[in-house]
Write a protein that binds this ligand. Sequence first.
Ligand code: 5FU
Length: 266
Amino acid sequence: SRTKLTYESRANLAKSPLAKRLFNLMATKKTNLCLAADLTKADAILDMADKCGPYICLLKTHVDIVEDFTESFIVNLKALSARHNFLLLEDRKFADIGNTVALQYGKGIYKISDWADLVTAHTLPGRSIVQGLKAALDGNDVAKERGVFLLAEMSANGNLIDEKYKENSNKIATEGGDVDFVTGVVCQSTGCFAFPGLIQLTPGVKIDESVDKLGQQYNTPEHVIKERGADIGVVGRGILQAANVEKAALTYSDRLWAAYEERVAK
Ligand code: 5FU
């Protein structure tokens, strides 16, 4: 199964250039940690990115929560991503018709397609969501340097996703002419897809298995990697609220990586 293969070998199987790049980055840097930088001040995000940068393969943003967004925030974030060698994932969770997501991806204040290596999208509208996002990049030099993670499951308690939705999400991720744009799947279990060239991104990770007051459900780093098929674990508050964020980032990255090494060794 895909979970027994190394990231290096899966890079060779990937159809998305960004999946190849990210698998190789993870293997070289020896980290499968994604930091969810859910802070509302630009400088706080940049500070967090600088401190945690050495330990992460991905930095995940929700750019629409930033209260003092400017273009220089993006310039600085890009510089940190180059300095520390991590990619930027804007967790926009696009969910509209193709024409609208093309506008939301490329236009507006944030111009997400200019700077985010990766974005997330719901599969709810069907495969036109992938076509719409791709269309926003038509004729753009960066088209080959972009990719999308499709949501096939959510960590929220009581979410409405069922087996059929999951199966159909897998079809969108693995069939048809746009699979070169699909870098991976956001999900909670191994059953979401089988193709080893896709990356499983799994949020809801915390050292103490727990829940929050608003429906979030957490699993440990070891559990998501070994039992649930995660290739990358997403950690937000587990790091952001730690007394020493650098130490926390190192701990999460070590534990996620050790779990991956044990997974492929067996
Ligand atoms: F698709 C998903 C999901 O199913 N659950 C999530 O929690 C995305 N997320 C994101 O991961 C969410 O929007 C947060 O940015 C992050 C989890 O943050 P936490 O602080 O570790 O709970």
